[in-house]
Design a protein around this ligand. Structure first.
Ligand SMILES: Nc1ncnc2c1ncn2[C@@H]1O[C@H](COP(=O)(O)OP(=O)(O)OP(=O)(O)O)[C@@H](O)[C@H]1O
Ligand SMILES: [Mg+2]
Length: 264
């Protein structure tokens, strides 16, 4: 469905962030893109969804194709109307709007009211908690509910490909499992396709069919998710396990350092 051919991305005309990235997302699959802080994961998603330009970023080499059609020169709204939607890092919802108003906002590309209504019902069927809180201001939702709302809002544009940027961030493992279970249903029930960016490699590789590992603006590893789970480098660096399968201290893991950075 989606093919990225050797793209380079430059910010501010000089900062080279993606240094020749190629990846493929198969129709009806979940593909995960893993990597440490600053590897270029979010930049890759933004290159696909066309929002780079708003941040003075540019795809300077290579191409991005959706079903064989080049989309790397398209405007962001055009890409949404071609069925590609990004759920941004940090579960950005409109905090002053209610849950339902957020969903309506996500449906702005949907042509008519009955379709918007059907879209809202579809979101509520996946996330009953959002239905219970439909009139509540989004800013008062819990972190997990806000993440559900951010995903639900993306679903409102009736996408075929959803780009998810670190949906697990800051959420309890049980909640992540719940959300990932729903993402899996998108694929099995609705034939959607998902590209999932994660630092939580263990959970992402459990969910995904295929994975890529990115380091410093390049893809350094690729394979079936099951194969990557067994890879010793991945175990060490991303799953926090040593050769004996023992979990290392969180103090050593990148995730811990990242939390600290967020808190400071
Ligand atoms: N708008 C921007 N202008 C300049 N540099 C940027 C911009 N956005 C990102 N970068 C740089 O590009 C690199 C990759 O950033 P990106 O956000 O894609 O990484 P990431 O893999 O998503 O990291 P994280 O896990 O922390 O979210 C970083 O070095 C970052 O500082
Ligand atoms: Mg990021």
């Amino acid at each position: 469905m989606l093919t990225i051919n050797n793209i380079e991305v430059v910010y501010d005309g000089v900062i080279l962030v993606l240094k020749g990235v190629s990846l493929e997302v198969r129709d009806g699959s979940i593909t995960t893109l893993l990597g440490a802080n600053g590897a270029g994961k979010t930049t890759t998603l933004k290159a696909i969804s066309g929002v780079l330009r708003a941040e003075r970023g540019e795809v300077t080499k290579g191409s991005i194709e959706l079903d064989g059609k080049r989309i790397d020169r398209f405007a962001a709204y055009d890409i949404v109307s071609h069925g590609v939607v990004q759920v941004f890092e940090g579960r950005r919802v409109f905090v002053n709007l209610t849950v339902e108003e957020n969903l309506v906002a996500g449906g702005h590309v949907v042509p008519n009211l009955p379709k918007v209504r059907a879209g809202i019902e579809r979101v509520y069927s996946y996330f009953p908690r959002l239905k219970e809180r439909r009139q509540q201001q989004a800013g008062y939702l819990s972190g997990g509910e806000q993440q559900m709302l951010a995903i639900g809002r993306a679903l409102m544009s009736d996408p075929k490909l959803i780009l998810l940027d670190e949906p697990s961030l800051g959420l309890a493992p049980m909640l992540v499992e719940e959300i990932f279970g729903i993402v899996r249903q998108f694929v099995t029930k609705e034939k959607l396709t998902v590209l999932l960016v994660e630092q939580n490699a263990a959970m992402a590789l459990d969910l995904a069919d295929h994975g890529y590992v990115m380091e410093n603006g390049r893809i350094v590893l690729e394979g079936a998710a099951a194969t990557l789970r067994e890879n010793s480098d991945i175990k060490e660096f991303y799953l926090g396990l040593n050769e004996g399968g023992v979990r290392k201290s969180y103090r050593d893991s990148k995730r811990y350092r990242r939390r600290k950075r967020w808190l400071s």
